[in-house]
Design a protein around this ligand. Structure first.
Ligand code: IPM
Ligand code: MG
Length: 351
């Protein structure tokens, strides 16, 4: 078989898998307040994660003491997601660890090392896909600057889903794939607009590069606009990712933005930029939610340099504590409530 035939065969497999994924999608979401017991999995990772996770566990055990005693919440530590174990099993998420994870309801997930280029896929991306965690919700608030943003990053499609399915021909042509589906876009758009409605937001901004990336981004934009029409009280606007990246640093304009909905890769990039205004990625939390599971995590990585310099004990747990706060809100059914706010000393946030 020549290169082109092999590429076509790989593309066929990929499309067949995506059709099956779409067929299994659902937007109907579980209500955690109705469950007799909610099991929270605490998933350890690499680098600084065991150090900051320890602090998160301490806080959760204290805040949830009554619920744990009553049996309405159970905390469960999951330890097998280290890079050593993943390499030994040659699996992004070893099967036995995935089984432990699937037996939980929600996860507080530590970041894991991802080898660059070929080799293992990111454990985190694999979990988002395996648990169908289609919404990556990232709030950034700086009240004194009038910033109150919530990003709805599509989390199971775009360039990410197929990022490890690319193809390289022997004469040096590399191709990666990106995907947008109708159902996948509608469910993230509905979530963003529902959030806006429930929280009395007046504006939703759709961010793409639809003028250039026509099939996938063009579809994302059109479908989000169509969902927006069902929310007449909310103003919809749309932006290209490049100018939006610039507008976020425009102090006169940026306070106008409220809710953003955007494909995976743009959401990844722009939420780091947004978190930087708030004090850095170490200060932001991230909720990955789907219809059956939810996973909460820090936005930063494993900080291998801190560990290499012997300074792991100085790792800032602010981001994982923010993630724990988002987890508590979901479990308690108050996605934007004040009751579960974990106050973090400003000095800690500023580092
Ligand atoms: C994030 C991170 C992840 C991503 C990595 C750790 C796979 O950057 O949560 O934004 O790229 O989505
Ligand atoms: Mg990122």
């Amino acid at each position: 078989m020549n290169d082109i035939d092999r590429a076509c065969a790989a593309f066929r497999t990929l499309l067949t898998e995506q059709q099956a994924r779409v067929a299994g999608m659902t937007a109907e979401r579980v209500d955690y307040t109705k469950k007799a017991t909610v099991t929270i999995g605490l998933v350890d990772g690499d680098g600084i994660v065991p150090i900051i996770m320890e602090q998160a566990v301490r806080v959760l055990e204290a805040l949830l003491a009554d619920e744990i005693a009553r049996g309405s919440i159970a905390l469960r530590r999951i330890c097998g997601l280290t890079i050593e174990n993943r390499l030994a099993c040659n699996q992004a998420v070893p099967d036995d660890v995935l089984d432990e994870i699937l037996a939980c309801d929600v996860l507080l997930n530590g970041q894991t090392t991802t080898p660059m280029g070929g080799g293992l896929e990111s454990a985190n991306v694999k979990l988002r896909r395996a648990l169908d965690l289609y919404a990556n919700v990232r709030p950034v608030t700086i009240p004194e600057q009038g910033i109150d943003w919530t990003f709805f990053r599509e989390n199971t499609e775009g360039a990410y889903t197929l990022g490890s399915c690319g193809f390289e021909t022997e004469d040096g042509i590399s191709v990666d794939f990106t995907i947008t589906t109708t159902d996948g876009t509608q469910r993230i758009a509905e979530l963003a607009y529902d959030f806006a409605r429930k929280n009395h937001k007046t504006r939703v901004s759709i961010v793409t590069k639809a003028n250039i990336i026509k099939a996938t981004d063009g579809k994302f934009l059109k479908l989000c606009q169509a969902v927006g029409e069902k929310y007449p009280e909310i103003t919809t606007d749309d932006w290209y990712i490049d100018i939006m990246t610039a507008k976020l640093v425009d102090k006169k304009r940026r306070t106008d933005f409220q809710v953003f909905v955007l494909p995976n890769l743009y959401g990844d990039i722009i939420t780091d930029e947004a978190a930087e205004f708030q004090g850095g990625v170490g200060t932001a939390g991230s909720a990955n939610t789907g219809s059956q599971y939810a996973m909460f995590e820090a936005v930063h990585g494993t900080a291998p340099r801190l560990i290499a310099d012997g300074e792991g004990d100085y790792a800032n747990p602010a981001s994982i504590l923010k993630a724990a706060e988002l987890l508590l809100r979901l479990v308690h059914g108050e996605e934007n409530g004040e009751k579960d706010r974990i106050m973090i000393e400003p000095e800690l946030v500023e580092g």
